[in-house]
Design a protein around this ligand. Structure first.
Ligand code: BES
Ligand code: MN
Ligand code: ZN
Length: 477
């Protein structure tokens, strides 16, 4: 989608549709667009003054008489004092979907009047609104062979220079998220570990990032026995990817992102039930999040040193697959008894977290579709765990600022007690099904010795139904 900014209201934008946001009880066109009022036609003013309440989500078309915009829509924004960045994100997402649904020709002018001065000149609101628009305009066509339905291709946004800059940040963020969504929605026969690494390479090239892609023999040299152990049941080779942005900062290690990249999780020999198994193509959403985050770090030219790594493999029940009871070594040197081959995410992450240690990080954030239990416990909310309260609080706040929700689960030592093995240093699952999200995190914790946050996105990564700015499929969490 092509977004153009106009810093002046008299810009000669000719378009079939205008959307005007009205706050609850406002009862008049926002002052900032008074100069547009004539070209909107009398009927718009009349409806705003008499009938339109401006309640959150209210949506109404007003017929105009030969005015500049053929169709004018009013959008209710609710009470002024209740406007938050997230509400702007949702409102903009809803509008985008509605206008897309009109199946109009390409050129659409979008005038969110609420965002034109008045009480809301906040750049955060612009940023969130553009994010919402760009996230909502995403669609994944995949392998469909029929013609794509018409969608809005051009959007005009009236904004001051400062708000334009903020809007562009929102666009860049959404681009990174949408990049991730594409990777996740791709069928697993296309998005193999090799292809996932290729996609990361392509992104790195576009954004000017350094990247290394390790093949199987390099992974062997790096002693990533757990990653190899998961991969050995598949004919697809594993990959390990390291992306880097920025230069080392003196006295301060890099911020490291770590992703789970299981491009398909059948469960392995501990095979999953067939119902819903097709969705396990999204088990690489953590690595897609890392690719998207590195995209955004580069696109926004952040200062600092960032390293994004992910381990990519399939989890398949082939003839050479790891069997329950098998023991593997690991990069960290610990031996692991594999009780359940479906608990594969923590295994590949353990090797990745051990590698992260060599980077002397100031902090590590891992992102993984790690446990079905997280989906049961928290639904679409991200499960947040870690070993450093301050880092956890900052990540939680950042998630919220981005319109995502993360919630902390406790990491008391007792939760890790079931992980001891009779034959190895550790086993990969603890006894029963209790607190599965936390026991998985306790396993990961054993491979960290730096400030660390673990984000379980099993529920957050995939959207099942209606949402203001996502569509069914990958959320790009
Ligand atoms: N990839 C799954 C977790 C998952 C389940 C993600 C549903 C998204 C939706 C993970 O590899 C897995 O299978 N975890 C097991 C762990 C168990 C064997 C201890 C699970 O959650 O059942
Ligand atoms: Mn699994
Ligand atoms: Zn998995």
């Amino acid at each position: 989608m092509d977004v153009r900014y106009f810093n002046r209201l008299d810009a000669k934008a000719q378009a079939p549709v205008a959307v005007i946001g009205i706050f609850e009880g406002e009862k008049q066109l926002p002052a900032a667009i008074e100069s547009l009022a004539d070209s909107l036609g009398d009927s718009v003013r009349r409806v705003v003054e008499s009938e339109f309440k401006g309640e959150d989500g209210e949506w109404r078309e007003v017929t105009t008489e030969g005015a500049r915009f053929a169709r004018v829509f009013l959008l209710g924004l609710g009470k002024t004092e209740k406007l938050t960045a997230d509400r702007a994100r949702r409102a903009a997402g809803n509008v985008q979907k509605k206008v897309d649904g009109l199946k109009l020709p390409a050129y659409v002018s979008y005038v969110p009047a609420s965002l034109l001065g008045g009480s809301v000149t906040d750049t955060e609101v612009y940023r969130a609104a553009l994010e919402g628009m760009c996230l909502a305009s995403y669609s994944y066509r995949g392998m469909k062979t029929d013609k794509a339905p018409a969608q809005v291709e051009k959007v005009h946004v009236y904004a001051s220079k400062a708000n334009e800059a903020a809007g562009k940040i929102g666009q860049a963020v959404a681009d990174g998220v949408n990049y991730s969504r594409n990777l996740i929605n791709s069928p697993a026969n296309f998005m193999t570990p090799t292809q996932l690494a290729e996609a990361a390479k392509k992104m790195a090239k576009e954004q000017g990032l350094k990247i290394q892609v390790w093949d199987k023999s390099r992974i062997e040299k790096e002693r990533m026995h757990l990653l190899l152990g998961v991969a050995q049941g598949s004919v697809e080779e594993p990959r390990f990817v390291v992306m880097e942005y920025g230069k080392p900062v003196k006295g301060k290690g890099p911020l490291v992102f770590v992703g789970k990249g299981v491009t398909f999780d059948s469960g392995g020999i501990s095979i999953k039930p067939s119902g819903g198994m097709e969705k396990m193509k999204y088990d690489m959403a953590g690595s897609a999040a890392v690719v998207g985050a590195m995209h955004n770090v580069a696109a926004l030219k952040l200062s600092g040193h960032f390293i994004g790594i992910f381990a990519a493999t399939e989890n398949m029940p082939g003839g050479r697959a790891t069997k329950p009871g098998d023991v593997h070594g690991s990069r960290a040197g610990k031996t692991i008894e594999i009780i359940n081959t479906d608990a594969e995410g923590r295994l590949i992450l353990a090797d990745a977290l051990a590698y992260a240690k060599d980077l002397k990080p100031s902090a590590v954030i891992d992102v993984a579709t790690l446990t079905g239990a997280c989906l049961i416990a928290l639904g679409d909310t991200i499960g947040l765990m870690g070993n450093n309260e301050d880092l956890m609080a900052r990540v939680k706040a950042a998630a919220e600022a981005g319109g995502e929700r993360a919630w902390e689960l406790p990491m008391w030592d007792e939760y890790g007690e079931g992980l001891s093995s009779d034959v190895a240093d550790l086993k990969n699952v603890s006894g029963g099904r209790k607190a599965g999200t936390i026991t998985a995190a306790k396993f990961l914790e054993k491979f960290t010795d730096y400030p660390w946050v673990h984000l379980d996105i099993a529920g957050a990564a995939w959207i099942e139904g209606n949402h203001p700015y996502y569509v069914k499929g990958a959320a790009g969490a």
